[in-house]
Write a protein that binds this ligand. Sequence first.
Ligand SMILES: O=C(O)CCC(=O)C(=O)O
Length: 260
Amino acid sequence: MAEIDGVDRSFALAALQDNGFVVLRALLSDAELAAARDHADDLLSGAGWSDNDFDGRRTRRVYSLLSRAGSLEPLLLHPEVHHLVTAGLGEVYQFGMLFLSAVDPGQGAQQPHFDAGVYPLPREVEAEINVIWALDDFTPSNGATLIAPGSHLWTAGRRPQPQELVPAIMPAGSALVYSGRLWHAAGHNSAETTRRALICEHVLPWLRPADNHILATGIDQLRGLTPDLRRLAGVAPASDYLGFVAGQDLEQWLRQASSD
Ligand SMILES: O=C(O)CCC(=O)C(=O)O
């Protein structure tokens, strides 16, 4: 499996391009991991199980994280992850789906899918580079994400056979960075403890993101975000002629609207 300790950026990028994923092992310090887990637990404590088979009827999910990112912010902005995302998507991109996921004991394996499948684009287009942060050790028994290595290069219509899916085993604090074209699924949690993760998609700036972060965050809270988070919320214009409000770019509009 393509995984590395410390980050050799060229190795990581080559692994991502060749295999469709790379595991950046133990990127977080103990303190960062502990703080991220505490904050994740606070947010997850109010969440019930999802109400559909795909999300998982023994899985708790929390969305709309940007206005309450707290100790998850270093994960959302981690330079090693963003180095890979930038290499894949270019300088400007935005968050797609962004959520905490707690796969509780008894949750069965998820239906395999590839995240960019929500877009009617040719398979060759790299529309997303995503990351699953392990907040717990990912093990073969606790629901570690199942991935089909190399499947980002498969032609349309090919689906993984069960033997082609392998668990992304990694210690807590690691990041599984993967192509939006990689077939994967949350695994079956047959252990007695919950498997927690922060899952964050990054998508091309001219696509509609899975989550509407601007609405979910709200204007006042958007102004309070760090510039990097605000850009990733979708405030950065996609090009000179794409991504305006009232004829202005969003950043300018936010500044002006607050001084009116
Ligand atoms: O939790 C995981 O390991 C993967 C979840 C996932 O891919 C999804 O819900 O789209």
